[in-house]
Design a protein around this ligand. Structure first.
Ligand code: SAM
Length: 277
């Protein structure tokens, strides 16, 4: 009896706008596999058609990933090669696929990347912000209170912050960032990368707020928003502010303690107050 050789799961990046970014290797792998698992089969159809890829496509999205992953792993164990793609860019980066990759690896199946476009990395590569260390935060919570809370947790982060944002929230998101990080933080808004209306705006958060408010085009399309990390001097001020705030909190209500701690240390009052929540 022949021993069965397990298949391979290929995690294949596709373009984030410019179809010319589809690598020859991505095309080759998508042609040779038995099956493509795509986030949205209809969305991927034109891309596959353009490159003459006739492989059968099944849907793998956040709503069916649990069940579908099991079926796909069974096929992989039978020896099939399967490719995973998402609507744009690299699967698993703010996109489905994590459960499938984890299940495949747990089953001892080889998982290979076919790297390519990723909006976060593309934006970082042109932003001109420190890129030796960075934090990818993906999408912020849609609800205002949860978003501000998350931003407050990130206020002390010294590494460059990278966010994905949708067009209808970019304005309020920038407003919240100005309030929580301070309007002078360096910021870059990378819009429609690799596409016709690609724009990379840089400055501080205040200048991006002003630019987006006066030019409605800047609110259209897809965005990566990058914020410079907290400067070291600000770190020391905030640390002192937090220390004083903690002492005063033993005797005073939060708003009063934050006001005094901010006056003593020079740290932003809002941040001291928020840090307690
Ligand atoms: N997996 C993708 C990747 O590798 O970048 C990201 C998928 S996520 C669902 C979609 C988000 O990525 C968009 O809302 C936007 O924030 C960002 N994005 C995707 N394409 C972009 C582009 N061409 N320019 C700027 N941002 C983009």
């Amino acid at each position: 009896m022949m021993t069965q050789v397990a298949g391979r799961l290929w995690v294949v990046a596709t373009p984030i706008g410019n179809l010319g970014d589809m690598s020859p290797r991505a095309q080759e792998v998508l042609k040779k596999v038995a099956l493509i698992a795509a986030e949205d089969t209809r969305h991927s159809a034109p891309l596959l058609a353009r490159y003459g890829i006739a492989t059968r496509v099944v849907a793998l999205h956040e709503h069916n990933e649990r069940d579908e992953a099991e079926r796909l792993v069974a096929r992989l164990l039978e020896g099939s090669e399967i490719a995973l793609i998402c609507d744009a860019g690299t699967p698993l980066v703010s996109d489905p696929g994590f459960r499938l990759v984890r299940a495949a690896r747990a089953a001892g199946i080889a998982v290979s990347p076919v790297p390519g476009a990723c909006a976060a990395i593309a934006a970082l590569s042109v932003a001109g912000l420190p890129s030796d260390r960075f934090v990818f935060e993906g999408f912020l919570p849609a609800k205002a209170a949860a978003r501000r809370e998350r931003l407050a947790e990130l206020a002390g982060e010294a590494r460059t912050l990278v966010f994905y944002e949708s067009s209808h929230r970019v304005r309020e998101c920038l407003d919240d960032m100005a309030a929580v990080f301070g309007a002078q933080r360096p910021a870059v808004l990378a819009r429609e990368l690799t596409k016709l209306f690609e724009t990379v705006l840089d400055g501080d958060i205040a200048s991006l707020v002003a630019r987006v408010a006066t030019d409605p085009n800047q609110e259209r399309g897809e965005f990566v928003l990058l914020i410079g990390g907290r400067p070291a001097q600000e770190d020391a001020r905030l640390a002192e502010g937090r220390r004083v705030f903690a002492l005063l909190r033993e005797e005073l209500p939060p708003a009063r303690a934050a006001k005094l701690a901010a006056a003593i240390s020079g740290a932003p009052r809002k941040e001291l107050y928020l840090s307690e929540k």
